[in-house]
Design a protein around this ligand. Structure first.
Ligand code: ATP
Ligand code: MG
Length: 813
């Protein structure tokens, strides 16, 4: 595509945003479907083709891997695969991970660090929490591990590191502070006890991760921020940073962005405060104002035309979001036709609700004359747990479906088994991988023996693998003969896979060798009843490895950016430094960066240069480690990439509303729009819940369904459920934003669909044929008769008491 071609696809406001000067920081603020992501993509293309900015020095941040893949696809169409692959494109986590591999030493890490997944973090924290159990019990305090995890994560999102906590005096929790005169605890002290325990666990948890040479997801961003903050020279890799979904960045991510942009000050962000839905994970919409303060010449542009949805979907969505009176009103208009009114349906019970949605999907596919297919539908849930009855209803109807971000591929037992061996080969210090691999296949080495092995490793300053190898080789005595015997199959496995790793460069081959070595299929057969599907997953892992081998963009392809500090006259090589002087300055031996307090500035600069040069030199090896690239891709993947084969486009998607952010589908169905679910009973911020429903509704292009069960099974009991107050208020303000009538998909409806979806209308004969076939083969699964056309409570004169009586009536069964 030429420059003119893509510029021609933009409206005037979008064009202004794309052509805005690269040097002036820009905020593009606009509602859903107004082309923010499209503008961001075109702006990247424009920076490269018009302003000759090297693709390597562009850093584009998306919120999810899926969004990154979509942007990569769109960019490939605009500028070709070669240039696209040079752009540093991915989530904050992926981008930090890339830089940290390259410059690990600068922040005191080893470049072969392992990314610790949520499960493993949880295990570590669970164990640490146990050590406080007695003390907490003594104070009658129940502290859930989920609370500890969330508080540590929130601290990191705010930029609090364990170093910061360590500096605080460790007070211990039985010190008797905060007691009343008679010695009983006052309420405040509960909070302070919990604070202290969490802080101490945080410190210990960080120490364990460091010992394992691993980082969790929050650490990736924290260390990334530290890297750019302490070594501004690294930011010369980035001439321009662009961030999508900026309203959902947290403090650490914002700070990271600010430091990346420190050298160039070229920043473009797009966002929509109405779609800020990650406050519960410490996102701060105030970052928009913060950016304007930090970069005072920031300009704002607004987009007002929605290209995604029909006018009736936009009205309905606005009727929901505009209930928040503190929100800044925005204009959002469309040239699309009005289209069918969004459907609001109440059904007696969740099974009826799921069956209704499944049968409606089937009917719409038929009545559209084939214009719609399974892949056009998404069912958006407030919680993943709501998917069970939906999945079974779709299955009953024979409708293929996939759960986006559902059972995570990389969390499966068989996948984790194989990854553990690979992680251990790459990073022998990584204890979670050691603990897993040592008993795969089962060797009967008990928890106690493993703990002893780990303690020995710590005592001798060796990796656990070195310890078992030494025991095996008889260079460490004092191990029980039984344990030693059990190690006889483990050590040779490790050694042979290490040899295989030295010979094989492709992770897919390495996995094949490993499977053979472990006789993994036989092990699954013996131990897992569903071994066949597990074996399929292992094969899928090999496919994923092959994909990574073929497609991983080399993000540091050229050794240096145009003005990399480690290149050119000034930065040529270490030869320019006097080696003795470097040693005198303590530079050559230095492993960790440190503040050169009190040192000559010149020395500080030389130190920095040295580290940068040596880190870059190391990087040539890192770049060529396909195993590491594969492990990184696995750990940062949400799993959908793995199972995201072509067939998935022909499946109904089930997703949480959160995971659907930034995406779009022709037909969106949102079940369980009920009090306690929307807003969630657990939510702290009701406005954020409303915005979440708004985000969900605005994913729809052509048809939108909201449904509600008047009773639902909860904690083993059938409980009455009321319609969400968000919908009740929308109806009270304007009854016409919803209808209880399902769209009949008349010829005029089909015309609208064709126009909005940019598809051709089927012929009347084709429609008639599909409908006849549907009628012949389908009976409505939930009542054995025709699809219901209306429910009693929703009448043209909406009245709230009708809803309540219907709710009460529904409790009888
Ligand atoms: P969200 O806030 O949901 O992330 P967005 O503002 O990022 O939405 P995009 O996803 O970029 O919106 O665009 C929404 C849809 O509108 C896409 O299908 C996109 O291709 C289309 N679109 C955007 N701008 C135009 C245009 N000028 N002409 C035609 N289609 C457009
Ligand atoms: Mg977008």
């Amino acid at each position: 595509m030429t420059t003119e071609d893509y510029l021609n696809t933009l409206n005037a406001a979008q064009l202004r945003a794309v052509m805005h000067s690269p040097d002036i920081p820009l905020q593009i603020l606009a509602g859903p479907g107004s082309g923010k992501t499209k503008v961001l993509t075109c702006r990247i293309a424009h920076l490269i083709s018009k302003h000759s900015i090297s693709p390597q020095s562009i850093c584009a941040v998306t919120f999810t891997n899926k969004a990154a893949n979509e942007m990569r696809e769109r960019l490939t169409k605009l500028i070709g695969i070669e240039q696209t692959n040079q752009i540093k494109l991915g989530t904050f986590h992926a981008i930090c991970s890339m830089f940290l591999r390259k410059y690990a030493k600068l922040v005191g890490l080893d470049s072969n660090f392992t990314i610790c997944d949520a499960d493993e973090s949880k295990n570590i924290i669970k164990k640490l929490l146990k050590t406080y159990r007695d003390e907490l019990e003594a104070h009658n305090i129940v502290l859930a591990e989920a609370t500890v995890i969330s508080r540590i994560s929130k601290a990191k999102a705010k930029g609090v590191t364990s170093d910061g906590l360590r500096r605080r005096e460790k007070k211990g929790i039985s010190r008797g502070e905060g007691r009343t005169a008679d010695g009983s605890l006052i309420e405040q002290s509960f909070a302070s006890i919990i604070d202290d325990v969490v802080a101490e666990i945080h410190v210990d948890y960080a120490a364990i991760l460091r010992r394992n040479n691993s980082l969790d997801f929050d650490d990736l961003v924290l260390f990334g921020k530290q890297l750019f903050a302490e070594h501004p020279t690294v930011s010369r890799w980035c001439r321009h940073i662009l961030v999508d979904e900026f309203q959902d960045t947290n403090t650490t991510q914002y700070e990271l962005m600010r430091h990346i942009a420190a050298t160039s000050r070229c920043v473009t962000i797009v966002g929509d405060p109405d779609q800020s839905i990650y406050g519960w994970r410490s996102a701060e919409v105030e970052n928009l104002a913060r950016m304007k303060r930090d970069l005072p010449n920031t300009q704002q542009l607004f987009l007002e035309q929605n290209y995604r949805s029909t006018a009736s979907i936009i009205s309905c969505s606005l009727a929901i979001v505009s209930q928040d009176k503190s929100r800044t009103p925005k204009t959002l208009h469309t040239t699309h036709p009005t289209g069918p009114t969004p459907v609001l349906r109440s059904l007696p019970y969740e099974q009826n609700e799921s069956a209704f949605l499944a049968s409606e999907i089937k009917r719409l596919v038929a009545y559209s004359g084939g214009m719609l297919s399974w892949g056009d539908f998404v069912i958006l849930l407030r919680y993943n747990s709501l998917s069970r009855s939906i999945e079974s209803a779709l299955q009953k109807e024979g409708i293929p479906n996939r759960v986006l971000n559902g059972h995570k591929f990389f969390e499966r037992l068989e996948v984790k088994d194989i990854l553990a061996y690979l992680q251990l080969l790459d990073n022998p210090l990584y204890v979670p991988a050691f603990m897993r691999a040592i008993n795969v296949p089962s060797r009967g080495i008990g928890e106690k023996s493993v703990s002893e092995l780990l303690a020995t490793a710590q005592r001798l300053g060796l990796s656990p693998i070195e310890v078992v190898e030494k025991i095996f080789d008889n260079t460490i005595p004092d191990i029980k003969p039984a344990v030693k015997r059990k190690l006889t199959s483990f050590v040779p496995h490790i050694r042979r896979s290490r040899t295989s790793m030295q010979k094989r460069t492709r992770p897919s081959d390495l996995i094949r060798d490993l499977l053979q070595l472990l006789n993994y299929e036989g092990y699954l057969m013996k131990t897992q009843p569903d071994w066949e599907s597990r074996w399929d997953n292992v094969q899928e892992l090999i496919n994923f490895a092959s994909q990574v081998e073929m497609g991983t963009p080399m993000l540091f392809d050229s050794d240096q950016p145009e003005d990399d500090p480690s290149e050119g006259e000034e930065w040529n090589s270490l030869a320019e430094f006097d080696q003795d002087q470097l040693e005198d300055d303590g530079i050559v031996e230095a492993q960790r960066p440190r503040q050169a307090k009190g040192k000559e500035k010149q020395t500080e600069e030389r130190y920095e240069r040295h580290i940068l040069v040596s880190a870059s030199a190391d990087c040539s090896a890192i770049r060529d480690t396909p195993l590491r690239l594969f492990l990184q891709a696995s750990m940062l993947s949400t799993g959908t990439e793995v199972q995201g084969n072509e067939n998935d486009t022909e499946k109904v998607t089930i997703s949480t509303c959160h995971a659907a952010k930034g995406l779009e589908w022709p037909i969106v169905m949102i079940p369980a729009v009920e009090k306690g679910t929307f807003p969630s009973a657990r939510a702290e911020d009701v406005h954020e819940e409303r915005r979440l429903l708004y985000v969900a509704c605005t994913r729809a292009k052509a048809l939108l369904y909201l449904t509600h069960s008047t009773a639902r099974m909860m904690s083993g009991e059938v409980r009455p459920k009321e319609l969400s107050e968000f919908v009740i208020t929308a109806l009270q303000n304007s009854q016409t934003v919803f209808t209880d009538q399902i769209p009949c998909l008349s010829a005029s409806d089909r015309e609208v669909l064709a126009q909005v979806l940019n598809r051709s209308s089927p012929s009347d004969a084709e429609v008639a044929r599909k409908i006849a076939e549907y009628n012949r083969t389908t009976t409505n699964p939930w009542d054995g008769s025709a699809v219901p056309s209306s429910t009693p409570w929703f009448s043209s004169t909406y009245n709230k008491s009708a809803v309540s009586s219907s709710v009460e009536g529904s409790c009888n069964f």
